[in-house]
Design a protein around this ligand. Sequence first.
Ligand SMILES: [Zn+2]
Length: 404
Amino acid sequence: MNDNKNQCCWKSKYKPDSCSRKALDDSGYCLFHKVNKNEDEGRLFWEAINFDNESVNSKDNPYADLIRHHFVECYKHGSQYGNFNGFVFPKHKGVFNYKFKTLNPRDTFHFIENTFENDCLFDNYDFGNNNVEFIDVTINGIVSFEKAIFRRRVVFKNTNLLTYRSAPGRWPFFDTVFNGQELKFIGGSIYDIFGIKLSENTDLIIENAKISDLRHADTDEGFIFPEAETYRIAKKQALRHGDFNASSKYLYKEKEVTRKELFDIFRIKFKKKNNITGNIARWELASKYLFEKDFYEVLFKFLGESIKKYIIGYGERPARALLASLFIIICYGVAYWSFRLHTPNESPDLWKSIFFSIVTFTTVGYGNIIPTPGLGEFLASTEMISGVTFIAIWTGTIIRKMTR
Ligand SMILES: [Zn+2]
């Protein structure tokens, strides 16, 4: 129990942050922190958030005193004006429309540990010249920032922006303008950033945030690729200011997501074409693929992409080509050794075989060790060809990475 029964007992889970307002009732919470507000309290809450001086000062407003007490008076100190930490936003028909005339320029809007019991609507809202932080926010309804304007840094951390599902046809960031230095998604999840408007200077940073994957839209448009699209936008933004490390990271993710989606798209298309509905065993579905010409096209494409991934990391991981080369050298070496495919081979010597493999792979060929006729020559030839190819791939990739 709180020492002072009259004070709101809300406390931040992480920060030494508490509430200095008076408790509303036996719940021990103030109007803003109380969970499950009744209808009147809900109305009062929103009136306080969206207050304008006129309505607060008007004698016709029966809530004027309460609003003043709960909000205006409690927020006398400049830096507190953008602090919404721990507020429990009740259901509301309208949008968030807090007028922050008194918010200090460059101050931060804090939405930390908030709960939106229903929708989280910031449509058309102008966040002014302030940073914005959404951290550990729980949203139980729709999320929408349509046509909202952010002019400085924005962080969404451990916040699930996934609830678009409940509102088909609405995109959380449609026509949302971000002009600040960065827009960060850390942890949490994103449903889609379709329609987002990033300024040239805005970095889109995605760290460990889950993005919803492929969706099949039952329209002529066909498929929606939120994940690949999001990484593509992040890559493009990074390239705009020459951040090649970031662009390389996002390119890799974009390619990887696209590779994984190849089969998903094929499966969905196949099921639709053959009128297969409902659940069908994987093996049963797979057995039907064998008679489908398109399947082989997808399979080869997938294999090709997989080779690109594992051998050069889509051109972004030269070290992988080096590792793959070592692996090949060792495999060939072991083959020469176990089948005695080179001379002199008086006594099998694994190191000598590996050395022969290296000499062959790099096409140096000292000539002191030579392959045996037939199988030995054949294997050595294939190793030379793969050696030339791999060295070219490795050189190309590393030079490309080093020179940009
Ligand atoms: Zn409180």
